[in-house]
Design a protein around this ligand. Structure first.
Ligand SMILES: NC(=O)c1ccc[n+]([C@@H]2O[C@H](COP(=O)([O-])OP(=O)(O)OC[C@H]3O[C@@H](n4cnc5c(N)ncnc54)[C@H](O)[C@@H]3O)[C@@H](O)[C@H]2O)c1
Length: 367
């Protein structure tokens, strides 16, 4: 029997590859996409991704309660992947109400729509959540005690002190530890707070309902298809565009901000597996490679794969409030609960990204 699946944000970077994977995979699915083709991501004259002819596309805003209700009524989804979101950490400070409307109220609209369709149709909602909810994340001090990193203050960073402060009593040096769901959440941006609210809303309203939530907290997802025109998210796409335009990269802080970059197809694989598994309501799983790399090192690798000389950058000491210093996933839960592990190496992923970005840039599309 066909599974009905609704994917919000299904025209985006991760969503469009998820749609392709589900259209080709087993069991056979009847797929509905709800997406407003946000101009920041898709440009002013957006083109739909090349979906299979069996995919049903609804152009609409997740913040519009009536549209969400009619999309859910039409799709009668057994499974929902909720990806539609405003995604820029820096932008979220300037557009607080929009981030709340789309990310928080949009999720509320989805939940209310699921509750009003007749019968217990929906069995599972999988959320594209974010490691941003951890803020500065966990640190182990020299005595082996674990602390949650405190927000970094602009005053300290302007003195080029980029280290993450810990509560009184912690003994330095301290080392960053990989994040997992046992760690305290401490969102340090408006975007992160709205992503955490999405988790809370789904977990609270799903309790005792006919459906369960599965929360996948992604690290930095990268790969072909991540908008080259969106200046607010996707650091490797932003770097690719700047390098192809012949610009020098401005590397913030001392170049040692670290991220866990996970290739988009690996993330899609985790989403597909999460949709198939029966898991307790509210199960929260971190998705990354489990390896952190500094922004400077990843920028140099990208220069290599783009064929750009290795001196196209300067480490400026500039910083952004809310940027976190170190992020890396503990992927044990993903291995245990989903039977998932990342398969694409940084070398392969970055060369695929570089080839795609060059083709897009040379053809002028996607800019
Ligand atoms: N890419 C990452 O590194 C990353 C990391 C952590 C979490 N996530 C989460 O994964 C999800 C997908 O991210 P992505 O990287 O594919 O982003 P994306 O911007 O490429 O895709 C988001 C899609 O949602 C659509 N959208 C935006 N606002 C909408 C609205 N109001 N109504 C309907 N559709 C709307 C956009 O048109 C776009 O197609 C997001 O929820 C994001 O928070 C992404």
């Amino acid at each position: 029997m066909l599974r009905n699946i609704l994917i919000t944000g299904g025209a985006g970077f991760i969503g469009s590859r998820l749609v392709s994977a589900l259209s080709q995979g087993e069991p056979e699915s009847n797929i509905w996409v709800l997406d407003n083709l946000h101009p920041q991501v898709h440009g002013l004259n957006p083109e739909l991704p090349h979906f299979a002819s069996t995919v049903n596309f609804i152009k609409g805003d997740i913040a519009d309660k009536l549209i969400v209700k009619s999309a859910v009524e039409l799709a009668q989804p057994e499974l929902i992947y909720h990806l539609a979101a405003e995604t820029g950490t820096g932008q979220s400070y300037d557009e607080v109400s929009r981030y709340c409307e789309v990310n928080v109220s949009g999720t509320a609209n989805l939940i209310e729509a699921v509750r009003t369709i007749s019968g217990a149709v929906t069995k599972k909602i999988v959320l594209a959540a974010s490691r941003a909810v951890y803020g500065e994340g966990g640190y182990r001090d020299s005595m082996g005690r674990v602390y949650t990193g405190l927000p970094r203050q602009a005053q300290m960073m302007s003195l080029r002190n980029f280290e993450v402060p810990l509560a009184a009593g912690a003994k330095f040096p301290a080392e960053a530890i990989a994040s997992n769901a046992q760690l305290s959440v401490a969102p340090s941006s408006v975007y992160a707070s709205t992503k955490l609210m999405q988790e809370y809303l789904l977990n609270q309203t799903g309790e005792g309902a006919g459906w369960s939530s599965t929360i996948l907290r992604f690290q930095n997802v990268y790969g072909p298809g991540q908008s080259l025109r969106n200046p607010y998210t996707g650091v490797l796409s932003i770097f690719s565009r700047q390098l192809l335009e012949g610009k020098k990269l401005e590397i913030y802080e001392d170049g040692r901000i670290a991220r866990d970059f996970v290739y988009v197809d690996d993330v899609v694989d985790a989403l597909v597996k999460a949709g198939l598994q029966t898991l307790p309501h509210g199960t929260t799983i971190d998705i990354g490679t489990g390896q952190a790399i500094s922004i400077l090192d990843v920028a140099r690798l990208l220069m290599k794969y783009l064929g750009v000389s290795d001196d196209h950058y300067s480490v400026t000491g500039a910083f952004r409030v809310g940027d976190i210093r170190h992020a890396c996933a503990d992927i044990d839960a993903a291995r245990d609960l989903l039977g998932w592990a990342p398969r694409v190496s940084a070398e392969t992923g970055l060369s695929l990204l570089a080839n795609w970005a060059r083709t897009e840039f040379d053809s002028g599309s996607g800019l």
